[in-house]
Design a protein around this ligand. Structure first.
Ligand code: SF4
Length: 422
């Protein structure tokens, strides 16, 4: 996980999971979303009723501005609101947040999954949620923290060093998600591609994927969250090639297409590494689709450097893009670098987003006439194995897999109908 990844998901990461008892609001990344699922269960089991728990994000100043706006709005709407904060922003500035109206408590990041923390607030009768999950994708955390020092990132300071979870624990977590009815599991964490680097004997993400698929014959759909291009090794490429159940959607935290900017970000890959890696994967797994996080307007970025990034989108065949205007995070080295003008940042971000839409349209148009496997997320929407968005003209059952006939593209969504249930 990193700046882009979490900031990105902020866009679609405002999850209001309104259980009748506890209101959970999630900011930030897939890891936060994964933890929020667990917090919801723990809060209900603890009888934390009529509270709002906000799992916060501190990846950019913008993320915290949105959080403060949300807290103020909740308090304006209901002056009796009781808000418990957890996550990276409240971890970073607990005293500031405790001063805000409506805040009744803060739970630290490391204790956010401890029942004892919620019992302190419990007034209601504990309940066990029996409802079938509304989501089709279950997030499974495999590690926490990060050992790297990207110059725009504050996450490492909050979440600490890379800690890989034991394979056995991850396996039982996966079994629990399958028992709850999830059809797809997404491996998530702060930096999943550094999995196993701290273990003795050392392991890697590929070995974990192999271990899970070997021990879970019933698991048909395993997806990886964002990968650090520097950690996509031959083992991982080999298992992407050989394991059909590992879904062909490779999302990379690329950030820039210019090597000087990548050095100033203290990223560990070069633009040619991304191009070569994706070429290798595509040659071995032709149905692979690449996504990427890209920062627009990183400090000192010139027009020529930006042009390198613009070109990389096609050179590395990146189809599913998260484009983020640089937003300085106080306390990071990047915030002390000479900044690019805001209007230039915004125009570069707009140019990349436009390019991203055109690239995705071409990618989707290439699928017309094909039958692709999809997982239904709602009766009329789904995603393909390679994470392309789909809209159906016929109703589907949420959580079921279908062979889907792609007939046209509308507003950058593949349109068609299910031809067979899988
Ligand atoms: S320091 Fe770690 S978490 Fe932060 S952006 Fe870099 S790789 Fe990601």
């Amino acid at each position: 996980m990193n700046y882009l990844h979490s900031y990105g998901i902020l866009i679609f990461g405002l999850f209001f999971m309104n259980s009748p008892k506890t209101n959970i609001i999630t900011f930030g990344c897939r890891l936060n979303a994964c933890e929020s699922d667990r917090i919801k269960e723990i809060a209900e089991e603890s009888g934390v009723v009529d509270f709002t728990v906000i799992n916060t994000c501190a990846v950019t100043a913008e993320a915290e501005r949105k959080l403060r706006r949300t807290i103020r709005r909740l308090h304006n709407e209901n002056p009796k609101v009781k808000i418990i904060l957890t996550g990276c922003a409240s971890e970073l500035n607990p005293a500031d947040y405790m001063k805000m109206d409506g805040i009744v408590g803060i739970i630290s990041n490391k204790n956010k999954l401890l029942k004892s923390e919620y019992l302190k607030y419990a007034f209601g009768r504990p309940t066990k949620s029996t409802e079938r999950p509304k989501k089709v994708r279950g997030f499974l955390q495999i590690q926490n923290g990060c050992n790297h020092g990207c110059t725009y990132c504050i996450v490492r300071r909050i979440r600490g060093r890379n800690v890989s979870f034991p394979e056995e624990d991850i396996l039982s977590g996966a079994k629990a998600l399958l028992q709850k009815g999830y059809r797809e599991i997404v491996l998530t964490g702060v930096n999943v591609s550094s999995y196993g680097q701290d273990l003795n004997p050392r392991k890697n993400l590929a070995s974990l994927v192999g271990y899970l698929l070997k021990n879970l014959p019933e698991l048909n759909r395993l997806r990886l969250s964002s990968l650090d291009p520097a950690d996509i090794d031959d083992d991982l490429i080999e298992i992407i090639k050989s394991e059909e159940r590992l879904l062909p959607h490779i999302h990379e935290s690329v950030q820039s297409g210019n090597d000087t900017i990548l050095q100033r970000m203290m990223r560990r890959h070069t633009r040619s590494r991304v191009i070569e890696t994706n070429e290798k994967i595509l040659a071995l797994r032709p149905d692979a689709v690449f996504g990427a996080d890209i920062i627009a307007g990183f400090p000192t970025e010139t027009d020529e450097m930006f042009a390198d990034t613009r070109r990389l989108l096609t050179e590395a065949k990146l189809s599913l893009l998260h484009v983020f205007p640089f937003s300085a995070r106080p306390g990071t080295p990047a915030a002390r670098m000479p900044q690019v003008e805001n209007k230039i940042i915004r125009s570069r971000a707009a140019e990349l987003k436009k390019a991203a839409r055109e690239i995705l349209f071409r990618k989707l148009s290439d699928q017309i006439g094909k039958d692709l496997t999809v997982l239904a997320e709602t009766p009329v929407s789904a995603k393909t194995d390679s994470f392309l968005p789909v809209r159906s003209s016929e109703a589907m059952i949420v959580g079921n897999e279908y062979l889907f006939r792609c007939e046209s593209v509308d507003k950058n969504v593949l349109v068609g109908r299910p031809v067979k249930e899988k």
